[in-house]
Design a protein around this ligand. Structure first.
Ligand code: AMP
Ligand code: MG
Length: 283
């Protein structure tokens, strides 16, 4: 649980997607968190230690045969801050315990297969935290918006995704789905920064400007995702992402909650401790 003094309720409850209308999300809000940026950044540093400890427990158990894993699914428009979550939230835990995958335009090989083919190959191994920077949801987002396949094909994918995620959960993966929302204005600011700073040019893609014309279509596609794939076994969290400090803190809390739900003890020694101490003393 997050600290009672700064969170009015757990992040998972504050961000629950049930019933959310995409068009009315206040992207600058900080749901559930009562502090300001300074308090948020201070708390983030503390909570990263908690996350890191829990991740190490997950990893340790994985090494001892526990097949459970956690999968963070990040979705959001360009500049929403997915990369920042990877760097600042996931970046605070031991990299050997992270299975990271970013999904871009499918390769020629990937296009020949079912849309979940490339996803299945990147699922987290037991004991790992998986991170999807974009995901199978692109196949009902960009694909729907740009009609990359006919409606009867993408239309079936919501049910396919639910079935796929149900199976994943049954097999021991805790899925944490986060949809990050920035405003159209905030996106413009962030894209402009990419054009003004030499250290950001590499992130800029001229096509991102063209995509802005499709904003309403994307909103509709995100609405369908929330309406049709927000399940009790793999719920969506709607994350206002104009304030980067908040989005990073909130995702940290969501991961902490997911890991705490696994009730991870340190794995017991598979040897006689006293005997080994005696042996070592003489060695
Ligand atoms: P970025 O995350 O900025 O590296 O961009 C990746 C790009 O790949 C985005 O423009 C996505 O819309 C695109 N993309 C991801 N998955 C798919 C997909 N299944 N079909 C088509 N485009 C995709
Ligand atoms: Mg991009």
């Amino acid at each position: 649980m997050a600290k009672a003094t700064t969170w009015s309720k757990p992040a998972s409850k504050a961000l629950r997607a049930a019933g959310v209308k995409v068009g009315s999300i206040d992207t600058s809000a900080t749901p559930g968190f009562k502090g300001d940026k300074r308090a948020g950044e201070k708390l983030l540093a503390e909570r990263q230690l908690v996350l890191s400890d829990l991740q190490e427990r997950l990893y340790a158990n994985g090494r001892s045969g526990d097949t459970r894993s956690v999968l963070l699914v990040l979705q959001g428009m360009d500049t929403a801050g997915k990369g920042g979550i990877v760097r600042h939230v996931i970046g605070s835990v031991d990299p050997q315990g992270v299975d990271h995958a970013a999904f871009g335009v499918p390769t020629a090989e990937e296009k020949k297969h079912h849309f979940l083919w490339r996803i299945r190959k990147q699922l987290p191994r037991g004991g790992q935290i998986g991170v999807f920077d974009r995901s199978h949801y692109e196949d009902v987002l960009v694909v729907r918006v740009h009609e990359l396949v006919p409606p009867e094909v993408w239309g079936k994918r919501y049910d396919e995704i639910n079935k796929f995620e149900r199976k994943l959960v049954d097999e021991g993966t805790t899925i944490v789905k986060v949809a990050m929302f920035v405003s159209l204005d905030e996106q413009k600011k962030r894209l402009m920064q990419r054009l003004e700073r030499a250290d950001k040019y590499w992130k800029f893609n001229p096509a991102d400007i063209d995509e802005r014309a499709y904003w309403p279509a994307y909103q509709e596609a995100y609405q369908a995702v929330l309406d049709r794939t927000d399940t009790d076994f793999a719920p969506w969290h709607v994350l206002p992402a104009d304030a980067k400090w908040y989005s990073r803190l909130a995702v940290t809390e969501l991961l902490i909650e997911a890991l705490q739900g696994l009730k991870l003890d340190w794995p017991a020694a598979q040897f006689d401790i006293e005997e080994q101490k005696k042996r070592l003393a003489k060695a």
